[in-house]
Design a binder for this molecule. Sequence first.
Ligand code: CTP
Ligand code: MG
Length: 242
Amino acid sequence: MNASRGASRVVALVPAAGQGVRLGESRPKAFVPVGGIPMLRLAIDGLLASESVDEVVVIVPADLLDETRALLPVSPIPVRVVPGGAERTDSVRAGLDATPAATHVLVHDAARALTPPDLVSRVVEQLRSGSVAVVPALPVTDTIKSVDAAGAVTGTPDRSALRAIQTPQGFDAELLRAAHATGVQATDDAGLVELLGAVVHTVPGAAMAFKITTPLDLVLANTLVAQREPGPNESREAVPAP
Ligand code: CTP
Ligand code: MG
């Protein structure tokens, strides 16, 4: 069962148009394989496996539209591809512009390639129970400090009140459109929604939803995929190079 109940339409946007500078591979990050499969394909498969979305829109570099289409799964749920922009916020906005019929929008980084499907379901369920903005959150394990421009510590916020925020982040579609219409740039979509004064609800995040950002993260992701048993609908076959 997917999310098309009543007039609701849940559209998942997958920003995958970044360059992956910190990862330092020769390809844009979302196209770098994990366990032989491009990150963006893994992220899409996780969204589809949740059975909680009605449509997926992948946002990729403009010169990789055809390559992206070639690696999409065969699925009864439509998966579309649109070109992204210079900043992540621009890419999300491009995806939003391509989905006028959405009532709810998930924004999910391709770089969180190993996100468990049940985390996706948890976010959608929270939207269905009336929240207008939902983010997965985990307690932080490091002590976090603020510093000034010279690197001197200016404060130590109470760690028990801090959370690390993941994706998918879920929103009422009109709220997210209003947030993006402000033209502000932010590292996550909830940050824009907070500026409008909306309440952002947290649900428990998942360790496997970590963002693959650095070479160390890629080693971890490859190791985890090598260890896990394939699920019933999952193949270990690599997607052939285009
Ligand atoms: N993203 C995007 N469009 C951009 C920048 C980022 O769609 N202009 C996407 C990335 O592809 C990624 C997600 O946003 O899936 C999270 O961004 P990040 O982890 O920062 O990825 P990159 O920007 O690719 O990495 P880096 O910042 O190291 O260059
Ligand atoms: Mg980036």
